[in-house]
Design a protein around this ligand. Structure first.
Ligand SMILES: Cc1ncc(C[n+]2csc(CCOP(=O)(O)OP(=O)(O)O)c2C)c(N)n1
Length: 687
C-alpha cells in the first residue's frame, strides 16, 4: 500500500466509524466528522506531539474539539491511537481510553464515547466542549498557561515546556460572543502557540450561513492581530500539513486557519443539511456513502489492521520518543533545579506546597471591621507567596475586587512578560472564566474575579468548570446591596440561589474577615471542585472569636456561632455573609430578653450538605422549628433550612439605587427586624 493509500484508508476509517456510530445511536452529527476527518488525521498523525501511552504528559500538544457535536472525530482518533486511560488521581491505567465497544455504544449510558467530549469522563479529552464557543475560549487559557510555564520553568538548555494548542471550531463557535472575547485577548497577548482551525462550511443547523453569518471573519481576526491563513480544500492533507508548518513558524501572533469544507463530504446527500448535520444518514445512504469511499458496504465499525499500525508508527512512535526525551530532560532538570522540579510535580498532581498556609492572618475583634474583599486581598497575597502557581486577575475590576497581587515575584502578565501573575482579562467575564478553566486544565491554580452580579455573564464557563471538576477559584465581590448607589443593575438578587443550584460548585459567603481566611483554607484544598467566593464590598465587623465559636467552623459549611447559654435553643437564626453581624446583634438582644437563641453561620450550603446527618442535626436540631434565615438575596431555596414554619428575611424584588444604610432599612435588613420576626415565630410578640 502506498503512503497516499494509507492516508486515505485512515481518513476513511475515521469517517466510517463516525457514520456507523451515529447510525447505531440513531442520533448525533455525522456530517462534520466526515468533512473534517482529513484535518484531524493530519493533525494527529503528522503534526501533534502526543503519546497515546500517557495522554497527560505535561509537554504534549493540546487538541481541543470546540465543535463538540463532532465528537466522533475525537473518539475515532483516541481509539485508533490506542490512547490509554488515566484516573482522577492522574494514575495511568492499563486499559484503552475508548474501545471499539464504546464506539459501538456511542451516546449510550456508560460508554466512553458520549455525545460530546467530556474531560473528566474520557482520558485524552483536553476539555469538555459542546456549548459552542467554550472550547476555543478555553484553548486561550491553555495557551496562556503554556507561555507562563515556559517563562517560569524553562532554563537554558531545558525547554521543558514548548507545546502548542490546536483548536477546531465551526461557524457556531465563531458566532458565539465568548470566542470573540477570547480571540481578542489572545491577539493582544500575542499567543503564537495557539492555532484555531475554522471549519468553513457555510452551514449551521438552520441551513446556509447566508441567513445569519455574512461578516468577513478573516478581516475580524486580522484586526484582532491574528495571522490568518486560508485553505480552499479540506481534503488536501498536504495543504493542511503546510499550513500547520506555517503556524509553527509564525511568531508573535496566534493563527487562524480558515478551512473551506463541505459538510458530509462523500455523502450523496451532502447538501441536505438536516441529513448531513443533525441526523444519521439512514441505512441506504450509509451504503452509498461507503461505496463512494470505496469501503466495504456491509462492514460496520471496520478498523483495518494497517490503519492501527499506521497510527502506531506515526503519532504513536513519534510521541513515545519525544516523551522519552522529555523524561530524560526532566530528570536532568530535577538534578539542577530540584525545587522547581518539585513544583512541577506538585502542580501536575494538584497538590499544594508544604506550608502553603503559613502566615495566614488571624484578625482581631474589630467592630468597624474589614470588607470581605479587603480580607480576601490580604489572604490572597499571602497564599500567592506560598503557592508559586497561584495566579489570576479580574475582568477590569481588579482595584475593586482587590485581587491584584503585590507580593514580590508577581508582576503583570503581558505579551512581553508571560510569566506575570496578575492577569488583566479586560471587560470579558465570559472569556475570563473559560480562560481560567483552560489554565486549570493546564494544572495552574487560577482565579478570576468580577462583581457578583456579572457572574451571569460567565455562567456557561462556570458550569463547565463544575462539570469538568476543576479546582478553579471564582472571586466575586459586591455580593449584595453593598454598592448601594449603583442600584438594581448592580445588586445581585438571584445569583446566590442560581450558583448554589450548580452541582459540584462549592459556594462560600463568609461573614467576617476570619471566615474569609477559613474559606480560602477550604478552597485551596479542593482538588476536583471549583469554588465561588462571594465577598462583601463594605466593611463587616470582625467578631470576637473568644466569645463566639472559632471561624474554623467554615470547613463544615455551617456551624453554631453563638448559642443559648444552656445549648438548648428555642429559636435558630441562620445567616450568611454581611447578615451574620445582624444576626449576632439580634441574638444578643433576644438573649438579654431571656429568649434561648442560637445563631448558625452558614457560609456554604454545599459543604454543609456533605456533613454527616449527626453533625447537621447538631447544628439544626430537628425539634427546633422556630427558624429565621437572613440573607440579602432572593429567598429562593431557604425553605430547606427553615422548614414550613420558619421565616426568611431576604429579597422578593430587585434592589434600588440609594446609600446602603437606606437600603438596609427599606428592605428590612436590621437587627430589630430579626428580633421581631423571631418573637413572632415564638408567639411572644403581638403583631
Ligand atoms: C451554545 C450552543 N448553542 C447551540 C448549540 C446547538 N448546536 C449544535 S451544532 C450547531 C450548529 C453549529 O454549526 P457549525 O459550528 O457551523 O457546525 P457544523 O454545521 O459545521 O457542524 C448548533 C446550533 C450548541 N451546541 N451550543
Amino acid at each position: 500500500m502506498t503512503n497516499d493509500e494509507l492516508d486515505q484508508l485512515s481518513i476513511n476509517t475515521i469517517r466510517t466509524l463516525s457514520i456507523d456510530a451515529v447510525q447505531a445511536a440513531n442520533s448525533g452529527h455525522p456530517g462534520t466528522p466526515m468533512a473534517l476527518a482529513p484535518l484531524v488525521y493530519t493533525l494527529w498523525n503528522r503534526v501533534m506531539r502526543f503519546d497515546p501511552q500517557d495522554p497527560i504528559w505535561p509537554n504534549r500538544d493540546r487538541f481541543v474539539l470546540s465543535n463538540g457535536h463532532a465528537s466522533m472525530l475525537l473518539w475515532s482518533v483516541l481509539h485508533l491511537t490506542g490512547t490509554r486511560a488515566v484516573n482522577a488521581d492522574y494514575e495511568k491505567l492499563g486499559e484503552l481510553a475508548v474501545t471499539l465497544e464504546d464506539i459501538r455504544r456511542f451516546r449510550q449510558l456508560g460508554s466512553k464515547a458520549p455525545g460530546h467530549p467530556e474531560y473528566h469522563w474520557v482520558s485524552g479529552v483536553e476539555t469538555t466542549t459542546g456549548p459552542l464557543g467554550q472550547g476555543v475560549a478555553t484553548s486561550v487559557g491553555m495557551a496562556i498557561a503554556e507561555r507562563w510555564l515556559a517563562s517560569r520553568y524553562n532554563k537554558p538548555n531545558f525547554n521543558l515546556f514548548d507545546y502548542n494548542i490546536y483548536a477546531v471550531c465551526g461557524d457556531g463557535c465563531l458566532m458565539e460572543g465568548v470566542s470573540s472575547e477570547a480571540a481578542s485577548l489572545a491577539g493582544h497577548l500575542a499567543l503564537d502557540n495557539l492555532c484555531w482551525i475554522y471549519d468553513h462550511n457555510h452551514i449551521t443547523i438552520e441551513g446556509s450561513t447566508q441567513i445569519t453569518f455574512t461578516e468577513d471573519v478573516a478581516a475580524r481576526f486580522r484586526s484582532y492581530r491574528w495571522n490568518v491563513l486560508h485553505l480552499n480544500d479540506a481534503n488536501d492533507i498536504e495543504q493542511i500539513d503546510r499550513a500547520m508548518q506555517m503556524f509553527r513558524k509564525t511568531k508573535g501572533q496566534p493563527t487562524l486557519i480558515i478551512l473551506d469544507s463541505h459538510i458530509g463530504y462523500g455523502s450523496p446527500n451532502r447538501h441536505d443539511t438536516a441529513a448531513a448535520h443533525g441526523e444519521p444518514l439512514g441505512t441506504d445512504e450509509v451504503r452509498l456513502t461507503k461505496r463512494a469511499y470505496d469501503w466495504p458496504e456491509d462492514s460496520q465499525f471496520l478498523v483495518p489492521d494497517e490503519v492501527r499500525q499506521h497510527f502506531a508508527d506515526s503519532v504513536g512512535a513519534r510521541g513515545a520518543s519525544e516523551h522519552r526525551a522529555w523524561i530524560d530532560l526532566f530528570s536532568e532538570y530535577r538534578t539542577e533545579y530540584p525545587d522547581l522540579a518539585t513544583q512541577i510535580d506538585q502542580m501536575q498532581r494538584r497538590e499544594l506546597p508544604e506550608q502553603w498556609d503559613q502566615n495566614l492572618p488571624i484578625f482581631p475583634e474589630d467592630s468597624k471591621g474589614l470588607a470581605g474583599r479587603e480580607a480576601s486581598s490580604k489572604v490572597l497575597n499571602i497564599l500567592a507567596q506560598n503557592i508559586p502557581w497561584l495566579l489570576g486577575g479580574s475582568a477590569d475590576l481588579g482595584t475593586s475586587n482587590k485581587t491584584l497581587l503585590t507580593a514580590p515575584d508577581t508582576g503583570d502578565m503581558q505579551a512581553e512578560t508571560p510569566g506575570g501573575r496578575n492577569l488583566h482579562f479586560g471587560v470579558r467575564e465570559h472569556a475570563m472564566y473559560a480562560i481560567v478553566n483552560g489554565m486549570s486544565l493546564s494544572k495552574l491554580r487560577p482565579y478570576g474575579a468580577t462583581f457578583f452580579i456579572f457572574s451571569d455573564y460567565a455562567r456557561p464557563a462556570i458550569r463547565l468548570s463544575a462539570l469538568m471538576e476543576l479546582p478553579t477559584i471564582l472571586i466575586f465581590t459586591h455580593d449584595a446591596m453593598g454598592d448601594g448607589e449603583d442600584g438594581p443593575t448592580h445588586q445581585p438578587i438571584e445569583q446566590l440561589a442560581s450558583l448554589r443550584a450548580i452541582p459540584g460548585l462549592t459556594l462560600l459567603r463568609p461573614g467576617d474577615a476570619n471566615e474569609v481566611v477559613e474559606a480560602y483554607r477550604v478552597i485551596m484544598q479542593l482538588r476536583h471542585r471549583p469554588a465561588a467566593l462571594v465577598l462583601s464590598r463594605q466593611p463587616l465587623p470582625t467578631l470576637n472569636r473568644n466569645k463566639y465559636a472559632p471561624a474554623s467552623g467554615v470547613a463544615r459549611g455551617a456551624y453554631v456561632l453563638a448559642d443559648s447559654p444552656d445549648g438548648k435553643p428555642e429559636i435558630i437564626i441562620i445567616a450568611t455573609g454581611s447578615e451574620i453581624s445582624l444576626a449576632v446583634q439580634a441574638h444578643e438582644k433576644l438573649v438579654a430578653e431571656g429568649v434561648s437563641s442560637r445563631v448558625v453561620s452558614m457560609p456554604s450550603w454545599d459543604i454543609f450538605e456533605h456533613q454527616t446527618q449527626e453533625y447537621r442535626d447538631s447544628v439544626l436540631p430537628a425539634d427546633v422549628k422556630a427558624r429565621v434565615a437572613v440573607e440579602q438575596a432572593s429567598t429562593f431555596g431557604w425553605e430547606r433550612y427553615v422548614g414550613n414554619s420558619g421565616r426568611v428575611i431576604g429579597m422578593q424584588t430587585f434592589g434600588a439605587s440609594a446609600p446602603l444604610k437606606e437600603l438596609q432599612k427599606e428592605f428590612g435588613f436590621e437587627s430589630e427586624r430579626i428580633v421581631t420576626v423571631a418573637k413572632e415565630l415564638l408567639g411572644r410578640f403581638n403583631t
